[in-house]
Design a protein around this ligand. Structure first.
Ligand SMILES: CC(C)(COP(=O)(O)OP(=O)(O)OC[C@H]1O[C@@H](n2cnc3c(N)ncnc32)[C@H](O)[C@@H]1OP(=O)(O)O)[C@@H](O)C(=O)NCCC(=O)NCCS
Length: 167
């Protein structure tokens, strides 16, 4: 488990600035801040989480939502733990908080994606019981299966899903 003094709360719009400051660094230098425009901190806070240490420092976050088209599906848009607090269960706790919350709101399946080269994200999702999509349209890449050129930008994307069992 993560350190006992880590607290979870809902994000507020004012968190946008501090999230944007860490995103590129926490994703290993990859430029990803364009994936977190302010709208996520305006319209998705009731299904997202911020984790902070006792002194208020940002420990991690999860931005997710219930699919407007299929309310049985919960989607994790971004999740991260501070590089200083990795492999101590924080990512697992963020997913548990998201899952518990959405399960109680009728969600039955979680989904997420990552790029095919993000080994730690793939290992993390598999450790949490997510299955990698391997059906029609996927190709073998980096020892897993992925959708080639998923967004039309040349990037291969691994898609995960996990049933939300009854608690
Ligand atoms: C992916 C990420 C959120 C995991 O957070 P974390 O707090 O370190 O994960 P946890 O400690 O809860 O790990 C849970 C399990 O996932 C697996 N896991 C996590 N990180 C792993 C890694 N780097 N390599 C292999 N397995 C890993 C392990 O099985 C781990 O259990 P264990 O430590 O008992 O063996 C974190 O590495 C991160 O922020 N990465 C950068 C952002 C990112 O890529 N996000 C995901 C895509 S949106």
């Amino acid at each position: 488990m993560a350190d006992g003094d880590i607290r979870f709360r809902r994000p507020v719009e004012a968190d946008h600035a501090r999230l944007i400051r860490v995103v590129d660094d926490w994703w290993g230098g990859r430029r990803l801040r364009h994936l977190l425009p302010r709208l996520w901190l305006q319209h998705y806070t009731s299904s997202s989480w911020i984790a902070e240490t006792a002194d208020g420092a940002l420990a991690g976050f999860l931005i997710g939502f219930i699919s407007p088209d299929d309310p049985a599906i919960g989607y994790i848009h971004m999740v991260a733990a501070s590089p200083n607090i990795r492999r101590r269960g924080l990512g697992r706790q963020l997913y548990a908080a998201f899952a518990d919350d959405l399960r109680a709101r009728g969600v039955r399946e979680l989904r997420a994606i990552t790029w095919a080269g993000n080994r730690q994200s793939i290992a993390f999702h598999q450790a949490l019981g997510f299955r990698v999509d391997d059906g029609p349209g996927t190709v073998r890449v980096y020892g897993t299966t992925a959708y080639a050129d998923y967004e039309g930008d040349g990037e291969d994307i691994v898609a995960f899903r996990r049933a939300l069992e009854d608690a």
